[in-house]
Design a binder for this molecule. Structure first.
Ligand SMILES: CC(=O)N[C@H]1[C@@H](OP(=O)(O)OP(=O)(O)OC[C@H]2O[C@@H](n3ccc(=O)[nH]c3=O)[C@H](O)[C@@H]2O)O[C@H](CO)[C@@H](O)[C@@H]1O
Ligand SMILES: C=C(OP(=O)(O)O)C(=O)O
Length: 330
């Protein structure tokens, strides 16, 4: 919405879809657009947003909640607004710094990205001037580290900005996983005698909500009960009923997911209802006896480029049955 508003002055956008991980309010996005002078009308299933003839103007915006989406949306609109915008209580995720770098290379004037106060001096034009290489996907890297620590025999995950994974690496170390953290890669060995841990998700630099499901296969190996509290998306638990079909001892009660040591896992036919739930099923499928069939695997494939090839390269018996089904056979 922010990009369309900044570029065209108007947009009609269907209510945010994205993965079904519980309620995904956009009140902070709308508050930000309104502060910049946009008119926002909520319809039944869409948001209509437009500017008056005067266009967007700079504003001081304090977000009540730290939101990645709202920070990015307002940033995209404010780069072309008249005057200066100050975002307070901004999200600090590495992807926000990357976006600011990309926009600044096109002539935007953004300062403070990566801190909780971002200042944006509006410019009239943005022009592509340089090639921009986007940062490596820290969630993808964390997922492979979890799978490798749970089940691997020494795996090197390359192209990692290790600083972006600090809270995740800290948990692996707390569990007793052996890791070698290099400048831009991490070597991990399959873990034994692992300690259970408690994980609480939080905005960066906290433990990412997107990694609480992918770390589940590893938590099954710990000697005892681990706990996960997803403070950002407490209803992000669609993996639980599917994992139970595979023999995983996992439950959720009062916002706390309990994951017990689970051995004797068995392959099953399961549903990937969203990306990270789906990938956690895949991780457990690698540890389960027999065949696991993952339906709706397109939910996984949209965010894990060539995952089937990458795992097959590690001697995993895995195949894409059709564009929405993956099977693994151990
Ligand atoms: C801080 C954080 O970990 N953000 C994650 C979040 O970003 P995403 O942008 O989806 O979520 P936000 O960072 O915006 O949301 C953080 C929290 O704020 C709430 N909220 C958000 C916007 C709003 O207008 N009102 C409101 O109440 C959300 O319900 C949530 O509890 O999910 C993405 C997809 O899984 C991840 O890639 C992001 O890393
Ligand atoms: C929930 C996710 O993505 P989206 O915000 O696109 O739904 C995710 O990447 O884990």
């Amino acid at each position: 919405m922010g990009a369309l508003l900044g570029k065209f002055g108007k947009a009609l956008v269907g209510f945010p879809g994205g993965d079904n991980i519980g309620p995904r309010p956009i009140d902070q996005h709308i508050k930000g657009f309104r502060a910049l002078g946009a008119i926002v009308e909520e319809r039944d299933d869409a948001v209509s947003i437009y500017t008056s003839a005067a266009g967007l103007h700079g504003a001081r915006i304090f977000f009540d909640i730290v939101s990645v989406g709202a920070t990015i949306n307002v940033l995209l609109a404010a780069v072309k607004a008249k005057g200066t915008t100050i975002i307070e209580n901004a999200a600090k995720e590495p992807e926000i710094i990357d976006l600011a770098t990309f926009l600044n290379n096109m002539g935007a004037q953004i300062r403070g990205a990566g801190t909780d106060i971002i200042r944006i001096k509006g410019v009239s034009n943005l022009k592509a001037q340089n090639t921009h290489t986007i940062i490596p996907d820290r969630i993808e890297a964390g997922t492979y580290l979890s799978f490798a620590a749970a089940n691997g025999e020494g795996v090197l995950v390359k192209n990692v900005i290790t600083e972006h994974l600090e809270p995740f690496i800290a948990k692996l170390i707390e569990m007793g996983v052996y890791l070698e953290v290099n400048e831009d890669s991490i070597y991990v060995e399959g873990g034994h005698n692992l300690t259970p841990v408690t994980i609480k998700t939080a905005p960066f630099p906290g433990f990412a909500t997107d990694l609480q499901q992918p770390i589940t296969p590893l938590l099954l190996k710990a000697n005892g009960c681990s706990r996960v509290i997803d403070t950002l998306y407490p209803e992000r638990i669609k993996h639980i009923p599917e994992l139970k079909k595979m023999g995983v001892k996992i439950n959720s009660q009062n916002g706390v997911i309990s994951i017990n040591h689970s051995a004797n896992l068995i392959g099953a036919s399961v549903e990937a209802s969203e990306i990270r739930a789906g990938v956690s099923l895949l991780g457990v499928g690698l540890m389960a006896k027999g065949t696991t069939i993952i339906n709706h695997a397109d939910n996984i494939l949209r965010g894990y480029e060539r995952i089937v090839d990458k795992l097959a390269g590690l001697s995993v018996k895995i195949k894409l049955v059709d564009e929405a089904t993956v099977s693994t056979d151990q």
